[in-house]
Every structure is written in C-alpha cells, then in structure tokens.
Ligand binder design. Sequence first.
Ligand code: FUC
Length: 757
Amino acid sequence: MTYTNRNRAFWGRLLPASLLALLILCSLQTARAVSLKSKAPSPLTLWYMQPAAAGMNEALPIGNGRMGALLYGGAADEKIIFNESSLWTGDKNPGGDYGKMGSYQKFGEIDFDQPAIYFATQYRRDLDLDNSTAHVRFVANGVTYQREYFASNPAQVIVARYTADHPGAYTGTLSLLGAHEEKTAVSDTHRMTFSGKLSNGIAYEAQAQIIIDGGTSKIDGSTITLDRSDSVTVILGAATSYVLDSARNYLGSDPHPAVTQYVDAASRSPYDTLRRQHIADYEALFHRVNLNLGRTSSDRRALPTDARKILAGQGDDPELEQLLYQYGRYLLVSCSRPGSLPSNLQGIWNDSNTPPWSSDYHTDLNIQMDYWPVEAANLSECAMPLFDLIDSQIPSWRQLTQADPEYKLASGAQPTLGWDTRASFNITGGMGWLWIKTSNAWLLQSYWEHYAFTGDKNFLRTRAYPLMKEICQFWDAEMKTLPDGRLVVPNGWSPEHGSFEDGVSFNQELVWDLFTNYIAASKALDIDPEYRARIVSLRDKLLTPKIGHWGQLQEWVEDKDDPNDHHRHTSHLIGVYPGHEFSVQDTPAMMDAAKVSLLHRGNIGDVTEWVYPWRAAQFARMRDGDSADRQLTQFFAARNSCVNLFGLLGDVTPPVMQIDGNFGITAAMSEMLLQSQHDGIDLLPALPSSWRAGSITGLRARGGFVIDESWRNGVLKSVTVHSAAGAAATLRYKMKSVELVLKPGQTIRLDESLKRL
Ligand code: FUC
C-alpha cells in the first residue's frame, strides 16, 4: 500500500475511523514486507507507513526543552509545526476569570512543498527514542528521499536535513509561516525571519537558515523556490522576550540577538557535528535507565506502531510497554530542560492558538503528574523548570491569594503570608477558574521529593525549605478548629466533584504531607526546632480521613460516598499516591479502605488518559501488580492515547491530546518496580504476573541511591545498589530485609536472598 498526503486525506474523508483501523490491520502483511527490506527497527522506535495526515495526534514530537516541533512527514507537502515554551498571551488576571487567563500559542510552521512527488512508495517515518532523531524515507520517481530531524539543546535550534540518493532531486518551495499573520522576510543569504509582539508585551522572533546544496534557487517574496537541488538543511531558531521575573513584569530584552546567535552558530557548524553534539547531550540523560520486560514476538514487532497499538490491549507486547515507559522519559527530556519552562498540558507541542484548556498549567492533578516520574526515572535536572516557574509566579500568587476573600482568617483579617493557586495558572502571574485549596502543598511535594531523591541540601536549604515553612505557617493560620479540637482546611473541594466543605480528605491528606515533609526537612537541616515541634503538634490534631459504611476511605467528613460514583479523579486517595500517608505496612486498614474506594470507582464513565496511570500507581502502592498492569494496558486503547502515543482525553468532544498520562505511565511503572517512600527500599513491590522476566537499571530511590534489579519467573534474581554520597539503606524484598551501609561511590550486589555477592 502506498500513500501520499493527498490520497491519505482522500481516504480519510471517505472512511470512518473504525474502517481506517481495519485498513491498517489489513496492511500488516505489507508492513512486514517493508520492514524486512529496511533495517530492523530498534525496540525504542515509533514508526509508521503513512504521514501524519490527520493532524498533530499522528505527528512525531521532537524538542530541546525550550523549542518543540511536530513532524508531519508528508512526502509532497512536509509540515513542521514549531513551538517555544514562553509564547503565551495573558497577564496577571486578577479575579481569576478563566476566559481571560491567556493561552500557550503556536509559534509557526515550516512547509516544504514538492509538487512533483505525486506518488510515494516504501514510505516510512520514525522517531528513535534511543538517540532522539526522527526520519522520513520514501521512494518517488525512482529516487529514494531521506530526511532527518532533531532538536538540539546544546545548539538551541531545530534541524531538518533533506537528502536523496540521486543529485538534483529537490524541486519545490520552502516557507516559514508565523501563526499570528506575521510577514516573513527572506534575505539574500536565505535567512527567513518573522517577528511580532503579543498584546501583553511579549516580543518574539523566529529565524530559519536554509542551506541549499546544488541546483538553483530563487527568492519569491516570503518563500524560497528550489530547482533541482541535491540536498537542503534547515536550521530553525525561535525565542521570546519573556523572563522568569515578576519584578520586571516577566518582560526581558528583545529576542533578536539571541535567535540570530543560535542560528548563526548552528549554521556554521557541520551537520555531523551538530548531530553528534545533540545525541551526546540527549544520551547522557536518556541512557541512565534501561528497561527490559521481555521480547515481543517477531511477527508483532514487525508491525508499525499504530498497528501494534491496536493489538496492545490484548497484552503480549512487552516491548511496546517498554517503549511507552521510555516515551515518558523521552518526552520529559524533550520538553523540560534547565532554562526552559516546565511541561504544560501538552508538553511543548501545540498546533493551535486556542488549544484545549489553554494548554495551561493545571494544579489539581496535571502539572503534578507531569513531574511524578522525574526523580525515580533518573531525570532529576528536568525538574528544574518546574521549580523555576513556580518560584517566579509566587510574588504574584502571594498578592492574589492574600487579597482574596476566600482566604480571610477567622479574625476577619486577610493573611499576610502564603499563597495558594487556582486550578490553572499561566506564566505571567495569572490564574484562572476556582481555588484549589492545598494545591500549594501539592506543588511543594515536588520540591521535597527533589531533595529526598538527590540529597541536595543546598536546594533544600535555599529553595524548598523557605517555601515549605511559609505554607506551613499559612495553613497554621487558615485551618479551623472543630469542637473536638481536630483541625480542618475550611471550605475545600475534592477535585473535581462534590460540594465545598470543611475537612475534605484531599485537603487533609495534603496538609499532612506538607507537615510531614516539613518536619523531615527541618530535621535534615537541623533548624527551627521550636517551629518543628509546633508542626508536629498540629499534624497530630489534623482530622484523619475515616473509613465509611461500605468499607471505603471517605472522600468527605460525612459518610456519604456513593459506591456507584465513577468519577475520574481519585483525589481522596492522594495519601496512597503520590502522597505516603497510608501504607500496607503501617496503616493496612486505611490501605484496604483505599482499595475498596479505588475498585468502586471502576473504569467506566469519564475515565480516560491520565486516570489510568494514577490508578496504576495507586494499585502499585497497594502491592497489586496485576491490577496496576491492567490499568497500564488500557492506555493503549484508542480512547486513551493518540496514534503517536500521546495521551488522549477521550471523554471530551472532540477528544484532545494531553500529555500528563504519558508521564504518569512512566511514574506508575517505576512504582511497580521500586518504592522508597517508607524508610527503606522495596524491591519489585508490585511486579505483575505478565512481566515474567526482565530487568531495569538506573532507577533512583530516596536517599540518593541508584538501583538495578533483575527478575526471572516473577522472582527477584539480583539487585545492585549504588550510592554516590554514601548512605545507609534498608532493602526489603517480600519477607526478607537487609541493612546496608554504603561508602561514597560504593556499589553493592546482592542475590535473590539479599545476600551480598
Ligand atoms: C482536569 C481534569 C480533566 C482535564 C483537565 C485539563 O480538570 O479533570 O480531565 O485533564 O484537567
């Protein structure tokens, strides 16, 4: 079967989705034939036999943290949509009107039209997660065309290279188009440029250097037309004037010099050097973790990713589960690097100026989930954009919170310290929709976890601790005392359902989390013993969630949970995961109640995308690997993920891409393989029966440990523990446990009985 963009669009119009799926299945035979001809795809490759004609849910994402691109891969009409993390409309938005908060904008696109390529055969496009390069390959008019793409963090540009096995194969038109009706200028040296300014004052600019080998070319207004060129390289840079500084109203200097410098420097560099630097930089992060869940049958692995995805719900594709785990790590490295903004609802990949939910930062689940895997999956530095953005927003959040009647103290006065957030926030101090009380505690959980995993005391002392103390003081002032002396967060909400009331379990568990982490932080830094004692006494007085009449963990103070409530959020189980208030060893009755609640939620109704990994991680904390795995495989369903394996919110019309579930999957799988939230390291705590044999190297555990594990027949075979700084650890596996003391830099290997090798 052959495709060009044109005939795919034609069939796409005629055929409903279900028929298209059938068509893909019928093409499997052809898939085998094509893949046999080309090099066997690496297990960490997403690949397809047709371009992304139906939109961004099929396009392949690349990114360098700050810039992202969606590659559509059309043979005759290539489109590359690009983004930059700080192109945002909106402002401080006092009053929290969601409609006025602004949104994350599409930056622009590069189009390359080659009208003579009408019919392409042997088409293949791919994304290799192992080295973060993407490719398109096809044959047309007897010529084999090849493209390669990558987004370089060291060079701060996106690179696309077009080559062919015959000279003079490139005839066509290249354009650089801004997404806000800008006019593109083209210089004699083939530098294409557009720039503009948003109404909030953020200035932006994009430049593309087009390097053409052979043939002739002509500048046609805002485009470049090639005639019989041998190869083309595109070097794309983009930036804005945004700065992470509320004192400057988030406005910095004109982006022109920076963009010029990035594009000039990269254009001078030989292609192979740019590529080598990019791969070395990427691999230094990505290759830290290797997962092996077993081999997929050769018949199945010969299929393209979209066909395998359709079959994956039936299980038996461990390599696709591996790929999904690593895809979360790939996406995090690609959209969240020091110096960039953190991942938003779509990471950094957006094709619209009116994206779903503004492609914003949601605080009642989504931004937190984006960062759940970051420490355990050994990408600690990718968390820095989250901390940098939160720190930069806090001055504005303080003002907005302290002025809002919702936070009036019992005395009638407004608070004079602290902040909280509404359900959404932007990058210019603004928030939208309603207050999510204790979202402050939830955001600060990531700060604590960063220290807990890395042991970075400087980060704890200078960045995490002052914020944690401020929010402890805030809830100290805000909480209400019930007649029996118990403390409750007043007028809270269990995202995203039920009424507003006092003592909602979600709020209580988050304050417990903050207080517990604060106590540990002040001990680690050996400071503030008096205030620590106060927080210990306040934590003892917190109202604890109760167990209700059908054995459930109550979502509210009153025993009114409906056993037939199938709401997608499991906010009241936040103390199971990502919190750690409840555990199988210390609070088994609460864990049992949490499991009753979780099972009753069921996988019906508006359950989709991010819901599955959250539930998988909660089942993992309950030590139920098979239930966790059943949630994971649901993610492959058409309703829950896109053709390109991005998460898909299938409960809205039309369904929309959303990325949090991708990160949630990586976090949940890490939890199934290793846990360290309860004074020790639990090996293979929730291994599902379908992962018979396998291994993982490079997972991180709290206390600064790096752990490798292998297992066979569902049982631990060996474990390796490494500590850079030197530390003591308790290792547990089923009923066995062992105490270890590691010297700085020491690695210890143990067998299945936890005996040292
Ligand atoms: C929360 C979720 C929705 C969606 C939105 C962006 O409100 O409840 O499912 O993910 O964020």
